[in-house]
Write a protein of this length. Structure first.
Length: 210
């Protein structure tokens, strides 16, 4: 059950830019869980700073239309006032998505490239764009927290399904940075500079590497 304090936390899910992910497609289950604990709203109109300032978190699930200049300025003002935005993109970046979100992201040191991360050798996952990354974590604290949860889940689920097993990949299995392993499916690389801080990389096996 959600507490009264949780319900004061507001999440705004934008669908005004024909987002690839929305409450009905892509992250339906995630939104259902968010609604159990937080106040969730769906935005279908152009983003406006007055409405943004009434929410704690804005989710942009893969915008597929450009933002106008006022929306860009309003999102920047919202962030400068302590708001938070989750931006999700896809392989191919802005070119494939037909958006211009980089104009805002660059102001915070982030740029989504027009490429795709691929794995040059199959390991566990059979599609090259479902990149299994065995040693790409750059944040030690993330490794510490994730490994505590990962060990419990592994005990419940057991080994990988037979169809995902492959020959031993020593470099991918190397226990670097605490051994945190993850899958990065159909995603682009990012250029990151201060004040932004990267927490994950594509590792030495995927292309583009590291």
């Amino acid at each position: 059950m959600a507490s009264e304090g949780d319900k004061k936390f507001s999440v705004c899910i934008d669908t005004s830019k024909k987002e690839m992910l929305n409450p009905n497609q892509g992250y339906k289950k995630i939104v259902q869980k968010l609604k159990q604990r937080y106040k969730c709203e769906i935005n279908k109109e152009d983003l406006d700073v007055q409405r943004l300032l009434q929410t704690n978190l804005l989710i942009l699930g893969g915008p597929r239309m450009p933002f106008n200049a006022k929306e860009m300025a309003d999102m920047r003002q919202y962030l400068n006032n302590g708001g938070s935005i989750i931006v999700m993109m896809h392989e191919g970046g802005e070119t494939k998505m037909n958006t211009n979100i980089n104009a805002m992201l660059e102001q915070f040191g982030i740029f989504v490239n027009t490429d795709s991360v691929i794995r040059k050798a199959f390991h566990k996952y059979l599609h090259p764009k479902e990149a299994f990354i065995g040693n790409g974590c750059l944040n030690k604290e993330l490794v510490r927290v994730a490994n505590g949860e990962a060990k419990q889940e592994a005990a419940k689920k057991g080994k990988y399904a037979k169809r995902y097993r492959d020959t031993k990949d020593e470099l991918a299995e190397r226990d670097e940075n605490g051994g945190l392993k993850f899958v990065y499916p159909y995603g682009a690389t990012l250029k990151v500079r201060r004040p932004a801080v990267p927490i994950l990389s594509s590792g030495p096996i995927s292309f583009p590497p590291n």
